[in-house]
Design a protein around this ligand. Structure first.
Ligand code: COA
Length: 386
């Protein structure tokens, strides 16, 4: 052990932990794993937890990194941690010097493209290679969301779910009279990213289910409370939560190429997004049952006939027709739009929040069921075999 290694005091270590929170650049997963491992080694000593299962991809990567440090003494790990943070801080500073004195840019989005033009704020889901699945884990950069590095990977639960919440919050306060959600690529969204189920925190699956239920409840709550006209421009197939939340939009325009699918029973899960309430009201109880319980996939025209979709357009003219129409609507007096929405929706808000809470608590149980875990494993192992 070098003399330097002996020298990093507890104070240096604490300073380094604070410095890490101030980094403005994501150093990448490899470095974050190294930081995690050194932190654990410095505070707890050699890896002392059982090896996670192969499907707990994130937990396994963390375990591997920690256990690779073997019997490295705590003091050395502490010094290595301090050195690593110091090198990250200086490289982050040197890139800051490119624009001295310039204000930090507002945070960007990793999984969305958000633009405001012609009175419309467009929130575009942007994981086209994953069919715009809604993720909340560490397979993408965490960028500006780096805050609590020592719970490293739970940090990155701030992905598409959190970004949509942030984008909706910003849109609720901006000048655009209308807000739109749409998808990039051939899908609107394939729903919840099923790999979300593989990131099991140290608190185990119960903690994971509890946190996921809280996240889902907050996420759906943002749609319930959104104060301006919210329009879905459904550019392709929609699955799961991207379908159920449609009942909380004010208008849904769809390409004729889209389909609407809620395979909850197949996945051992149950309805969310207030669909247990909105769908029977929008369609009819038995049509909602076919969709939400039996997992019947609707075409765009069927969804329109049943009231879930406002209007269907031929795919070849979809974008042109929809945006032309929305631009006209966006010229209407913004306060009138907002107030009319309030009058239409406010009576329901309290009820919707109660339904949302109930759906999330049922789902919290479902996520712990064998039916659900087996269905998710089936999906992941099918993918692994391809
Ligand atoms: N969760 C995680 N990954 C997803 C996903 C999801 N919901 N939807 C798509 N992906 C990924 C695929 O794993 C694949 O990743 P890869 O390229 O790394 O292998 C990529 O997106 C493209 O999807 P793929 O399955 O190859 O395209 P497809 O056209 O054959 O099928 C779907 C598209 C959406 C029908 C299919 O991916 C699917 O069934 N996804 C699950 C949908 C679901 O059950 N959502 C939850 C509802 S509650």
């Amino acid at each position: 052990m070098s003399l330097m290694a002996m020298r990093a005091s507890q104070k240096d270590f604490e300073n380094a932990m604070n410095q890490v929170k101030l980094l403005n650049k994501d150093p990448g997963n490899e470095v974050k794993l190294k930081l995690y491992a050194l932190y654990k080694q410095a505070t707890e000593g050699p890896c002392n937890t059982p090896k996670p299962g192969a499907f707990n991809l994130i937990s396994k990567a963390k375990w591997d990194a920690w256990s690779a440090l073997g019997s490295l003494p705590k003091e050395t790990a502490r010094q290595n941690y301090v050195d690593l943070v110091s090198s990250l801080s200086s490289s982050s500073k040197s890139s800051d010097q490119v624009e001295p004195g310039a204000d930090r840019k507002p945070p960007g989005y990793e999984t969305l493209v958000v633009t405001s033009e012609d009175g419309i704020t467009k929130i575009m889901l942007n994981r086209p290679t994953k069919k715009n699945a809604m993720n909340r884990q560490e397979d993408y950069n965490c960028g500006h969301f780096i805050q609590h590095w020592h719970s490293l990977f739970s940090v990155c639960e701030l992905q598409m779910y959190h970004e949509i919440m942030l984008a909706l919050e910003a849109a609720s306060k901006d000048d655009s009279p209308i807000t739109v959600i749409t998808g990039n690529g051939d899908y609107y969204s394939s729903g919840n990213d099923l790999t979300n189920f593989t990131d099991i925190p140290s608190g185990g699956v119960e903690e994971k289910a509890k946190n996921s239920a809280i996240l889902l409840r907050n996420f759906v709550g943002c749609f319930i409370d959104f104060p301006k006209p919210l329009v879905a421009v459904v550019n392709g197939p929609a699955v799961g939560i991207s379908v159920t939340t449609l009942g909380l939009f004010d208008a849904v325009y769809s390409t004729d190429r889209a389909t609407f699918h809620t395979p909850f029973s197949q996945l051992g899960q149950s309805p969310e997004g207030c669909s247990s309430y909105t769908f029977p009201r929008i369609m009819s109880p038995s049509k909602a049952t076919e969709m939400l319980i039996f997992g019947k996939k609707l075409t765009a025209r069927e969804a329109c006939a049943q009231g879930l979709v406002t209007e269907v357009f031929p795919d070849s003219t979809f974008q042109k027709e929809v945006w032309t129409r929305l631009k006209t609507y966006a010229k209407l007096p913004p306060n009138a739009l907002r107030i009319s929405k309030e009058v239409i929706r406010n009576k329901e808000k309290e009820k919707l929040h109660a339904i949302n809470a109930e759906e999330c608590s049922v789902l919290q149980e479902r996520w712990l069921s064998d039916e659900c875990m087996n269905a998710v494993m089936d999906f992941l192992s099918r993918k692994a075999k391809l």
